[in-house]
Design a binder for this molecule. Structure first.
Ligand code: SF4
Length: 227
């Protein structure tokens, strides 16, 4: 027999304006209390390493990426080395991260573009970053927020998108529109940390398929909490 799905509270009317901003602030304060040390879980020692790791993290866990990158950086420690690598050699090293052909192409293309246009350095600029092969706004936000301490935007990955919806912060579904909806609700200085807070809660409690509402300390303020 099909198991009944857990009852969810009737949805409150969507908050707007100052009430929505206050709700966002309460969520952020609670998450900071829960995860005071929330940070990027990809291992890196330089902007170049974070850029490679972020490209590899598409459709792959950070844990898996962190197993692969030490080998990648040992063989190709900087953009000049990676720009000269063969597609086959890079594919072999990154195979376990999935989508390895397109990721190898992006890594080599990105490295060649860094050498050609930025003297082998990673630019700390949104437009220059998003002009690199394999780098979209999400990846650029990861770089700017974590390697350059610039809060240019908010990283919207699958966890951030899901939690923003569950917390009733936005009804948008497109990542760029979600980012635009979140930015006015949170202090700019905390944008990079906000992504980590939402990602950490998404990974540890607010699972995509089975959110653990009974254990969630934010259930009293979450409009999507199971009753
Ligand atoms: S109460 Fe449930 S839906 Fe809301 S954040 Fe917590 S786990 Fe997610």
């Amino acid at each position: 027999m099909k198991k009944p799905s857990p009852k969810r509270r009737p949805r409150r009317r969507a908050l707007t304006g100052a009430a929505l901003a206050a709700h966002a602030g309460e969520i952020e304060r609670n998450l900071v209390g829960l995860y005071p040390d929330a940070h990027c879980e990809l291992d890196f020692r330089s902007p170049f390493e974070l850029l490679c790791a972020t490209i590899l993290s598409a459709q792959c866990t950070d844990k898996r990426v962190n197993m692969v990158t030490p080998v990648l950086f040992e063989r190709w420690p900087d953009a000049r080395a990676l720009a000269a690598a063969s597609q086959e050699d890079v594919e072999e090293v990154i195979r376990s991260t999935g989508f390895f052909r397109s990721k190898a192409k992006s890594l080599i293309g990105m490295a060649r573009a860094l050498v050609a246009s930025h003297a082998g350095n990673v630019p700390a600029d949104m437009d220059a970053l998003t002009a690199l092969p394999g780098v979209g706004r999400k990846t650029a936000n990861v770089l700017l927020g974590n390697a350059f301490q610039q809060n240019e935007g908010i990283v919207v990955d699958t966890h951030v998108a899901r939690l923003a919806a569950r917390f009733g912060l936005t009804t948008e579904t497109d990542p760029v529109r979600i980012e635009q909806a979140l930015m006015p609700l949170f202090e700019r200085a905390g944008w990079a940390r906000l992504s980590h807070l939402l990602i950490w809660h998404g990974r540890r409690v607010c699972d995509a398929r089975k959110p653990r509402c009974a254990e969630c300390t934010l259930a009293t303020i979450c409009p999507s909490a199971a009753a």
